[in-house]
Design a protein. Structure first.
Length: 236
């Protein structure tokens, strides 16, 4: 009887563990239709104006947005080279090596980040920055961040020089799903307040040198004139 009880408890534990990681049957491949963006489609809000799609990014802090995109889905393809010679600290004072996507980038104080961090070990981190009424770094600094816990995640590859990777993410209602090189890397549910955000997709990097090979995003239906394209774009 004791042996049977132990076996039953072990089986129960296995079922509980399986339930915690079990896939719910939802599609695990990207669904959004993305359009390839050109350099002219992107506003550089921080960093060298010559650092854009198809060029090497070497700025310790680089920020860009694509105003005529929905901010609901985007993809970034890059070739990694290494760390910048000089490091720039974040508003929190921490120095990080990272790059990733911005979604629903309403402004520099209100947006969703999907960041591939290298320190202290490679991982994909999703966070929502919410500061109602604030617009730029001077208004909010490093305030308003909420780190989102995944319901499912996988090991993130180490970056080696001269290797190319693609990070893709899309929002499906309150759920965010991200892929690295076509494989599911992160899945989770954003805080309810993230539904209030409205803004385009963008790119962010800190203290990394890489070639920005391609940037794709879901396009808006409303046309954006060249003159108005970067009006209101703020560092985020």
């Amino acid at each position: 009887m004791r042996v049977l009880l132990l076996l039953a408890l072990a089986a129960c534990g296995s079922r509980s563990e399986a339930a915690a990681t079990k896939d719910d049957g939802k599609p695990r491949t990207p669904e959004a239709t993305l359009g390839t963006l050109a350099a002219a489609d992107v506003c550089i809000t921080k960093g060298s104006p010559d650092a854009t799609i198809g060029s090497v990014i070497g700025d310790p802090s680089f920020r860009a947005v694509a105003p005529h995109t929905t901010g609901e889905a985007a993809s970034l393809t890059f070739t990694y080279s290494g760390a910048t010679d000089e490091a720039s600290a974040l508003a929190s004072g921490k120095v990080r090596r990272q790059l990733g996507l911005k979604l629903r980038a309403e402004n520099g104080c209100n947006l969703v980040y999907v960041m591939w961090r290298l320190d202290p070990k490679p991982k994909l981190e999703v966070s929502v920055k919410l500061n109602p009424g604030a617009k730029d770094h001077g208004d909010c600094g490093a305030d308003g961040y909420t780190k989102v816990k995944p319901t499912r995640s996988t090991t993130v590859p180490h970056l080696s020089p001269r290797t190319q990777h693609t990070l893709q993410a899309e929002l499906r209602g309150s759920e965010l799903i991200a892929w690295i090189d076509g494989k599911l890397a992160w899945r989770g549910v954003l805080p309810a307040k993230a539904a209030q955000l409205r803004g385009p997709a963008g790119v962010r990097s800190d203290n990394l040198v890489y070639s920005l090979d391609a940037f794709e995003a879901q396009a808006t239906t409303a046309p954006v004139t060249a003159e108005a394209k970067c009006v209101g774009a703020t560092d985020s």
